[in-house]
Design a protein around this ligand. Structure first.
Ligand SMILES: [Ca+2]
Length: 368
């Protein structure tokens, strides 16, 4: 939950840590040659059902191969951590509209003004909710990234994450910080329920993990990134990620040290901006480490998968986690390469941080 989980449930980082601790051996998917089989993406050809809703693009849906054949990340110094995206499986999704960008502070502000909604990070935890917690810990806040002054082992994410009193979407780095002049930045410190509440208000919903990946792949087949197999084609940065030595200093060679306004990099071929990097994006699926293996074992094409019925992360089996995708401005080739399009992230559902946001989808007919 917010206090312990506020730090303990940092998805990709925890995943790395848990796998270094050996828990990946609990995953049910053995490494086989079939992992590398990507069959061609077959997008639907039907035209969009109508004019695009404001700020959204049409994702045609269709059949594709979902998953990752990468057995490691961080230049293979972190073997095995992408195994939850295996085996590659054949999936079909119906067409849908998707927000072209991550939801911005400006958009979220309209929602809050209209509804009076209070995000989870802004609510003061109670002793009833957290029996046994020291009273001084029962303060509203969220998790904030803090660079370290010197190199540290990458096996302990507590070294660069802290629970910050007063951090929330209006105060991304805590009291004293603000979103003044940041209306076009992605909203952050958003927990799963916050994202769901916004989506309902907007007449939308969160994407399933399968919808998200179909959209992110942009009609390509089995490429490593949303734009192709080369991280920097022609030397050009295609997403807001982390350069420099992690977690000391983000050198910002891609133009942004830290978070960036939306749509500063080229969109993918479906017109989606920042589908890799900048902020993690919530999906509606529960996270299960073996979700792909379970469904793939049935064979055939899996149609419109909604995710497993219940969460299960062997690293933290007591925590209820949802899927997060796309990586963030903190992802780096030294550590968390989850900007690779087929790889997965996860987060405890009531926990946000200053690199977690979302975008919404909508299907024909308006309200979901
Ligand atoms: Ca950057």
């Amino acid at each position: 939950m917010m206090l312990a989980g506020g730090i303990s449930a940092i998805m990709a980082f925890k995943l790395v840590q848990s796998d270094l601790a050996g828990s990946s051996h609990e995953l049910a998917s053995p490494v086989t040659s079939s992992l590398s089989v990507f069959a061609a993406t077959i997008p639907n050809t039907a035209p969009p059902p109508g004019p695009a809703p404001a700020g959204m693009v049409w994702i045609p849906g269709g059949e594709f191969s979902m998953g990752s054949d990468s057995l490691c990340e961080g230049f293979c110094s972190l073997p095995g951590v992408t195994r939850d995206a295996q085996p590659i499986r054949r999936v079909y999704v119906d067409g849908f509209w998707m927000d072209a960008t991550e939801v911005t502070n400006g958009q979220f502000d309209k929602f809050v003004k209209a509804t009076g909604y209070v995000t989870i990070a802004e609510r003061t935890p109670t002793a009833e909710e957290f029996p046994g917690a020291p009273p001084e810990n029962l303060v509203a806040g969220s998790t904030v990234f803090t660079p370290t002054p010197a190199p540290v082992p990458l096996t302990d994410h507590y070294r660069w994450w802290r629970y910050q009193k007063g951090a929330d979407w209006r105060h991304p780095e805590g009291p004293g910080s603000s979103i003044e002049g940041r209306g076009n930045y992605p909203v952050v410190h958003i927990a799963y329920d916050d994202a769901v509440a916004y989506a309902k208000w907007a007449g939308k919903r969160l994407p399933t993990e399968a919808e998200w990946e179909f959209a992110a792949r942009g009609g390509l087949t089995g490429q490593i990134f949303a734009w192709g197999n080369e991280f920097r084609p022609g030397g050009k940065h295609m997403a807001n990620t982390f350069q420099g030595r992690f977690p000391l200093k983000d050198e910002g060679q891609d133009g942004f040290a830290g978070i960036a306004p939306v749509a500063q990099f080229p969109p993918n071929s479906y017109g989606l901006y920042d589908i890799a990097g900048n902020v993690w994006e919530w999906c509606s699926d529960w996270y299960r480490a073996d979700a792909y293996a379970q469904l793939a074992s049935a064979g055939g094409v899996i149609r419109n998968p909604q995710g497993p019925a219940a969460p299960w992360d062997p690293a933290e089996p007591g925590e209820k986690k949802r899927v997060q995708r796309g990586g963030s401005f903190l992802c780096t080739d030294q550590y968390c390469t989850r900007y690779m399009v087929g790889t997965r992230g996860k987060g405890e559902a009531s926990t946000g941080s200053n690199h977690i946001g979302f975008r919404c989808v909508k299907t024909k007919g308006g309200m979901e």
